[in-house]
Design a protein around this ligand. Structure first.
Ligand code: GNR
Ligand code: NI
Length: 171
């Protein structure tokens, strides 16, 4: 396994729209393993391939306290959504920034597993938030896109200041 570099906002590569996986092969299994290692090392609860500069529709998650329940979604699609919830979100690509985002409360997701087999899963609460946040990454979106222009400018300023203080911070 290998730890991968995480792109940081406003890197334009975070804006690329990821392409569907055609056939699930060892390449996807290796990428998923490397992404999980990267996510655990950075103490995140999710990671999308876009964030590690891979243009495929693959995301990994682990919301367990014990950090031993990895989940992988390939070509994920939200097939239904109901209600709304507001959650304070963070993002490994926007370090040190937290802001409230409104999203669907309950979703049903269809995806392929690492075995290439399709499955469907219902999600609510933080799991639903995380899946929506990761699918946004695959579509080239970052959570700060939901903030007002003023708040987004404040985020960009804060990130610039942070980077001046620690110019070579590597995750
Ligand atoms: O680690 C993460 N925590 C988090 C908290 C609230 C809402 C969404 C997230 S996802 C984030 C990891 C990440 O950046 N995934 O893309
Ligand atoms: Ni993120």
């Amino acid at each position: 396994m290998a730890k991968l570099n995480i792109l940081e906002f406003p890197d334009p590569r975070l804006r690329r729209v990821a392409q569907p996986v055609d056939v699930v092969t060892d390449r996807e299994r290796k990428l998923a393993a490397d992404m999980l290692e990267t996510m655990y090392s950075a103490r995140g609860i999710g990671l999308a391939a876009t964030q590690v500069n891979e243009g495929v529709r693959l995301l990994v998650l682990d919301l367990s306290e014990t950090r031993d329940q990895p989940r992988v979604f390939i070509n994920p699609e939200i097939i239904s959504r109901t209600g709304s919830q507001t959650c304070e979100e963070g993002c490994l690509s926007v370090p040190g920034i937290y802001a409230e985002v409104k999203r669907a409360e309950e979703i049903r997701v269809r995806a392929l597993g690492l075995d290439g087999e399709p499955f469907e899963q219902d999600a609510d609460g933080l799991l639903a938030v995380c899946i929506q946040h990761e699918i946004d990454h695959l579509d080239g979106k970052v959570f700060v896109d939901y903030l007002s222009p003023l708040k987004r400018r404040m985020v960009e300023k804060k990130l610039k200041k942070q980077r001046q203080r620690e110019p070579d911070a590597v995750a």
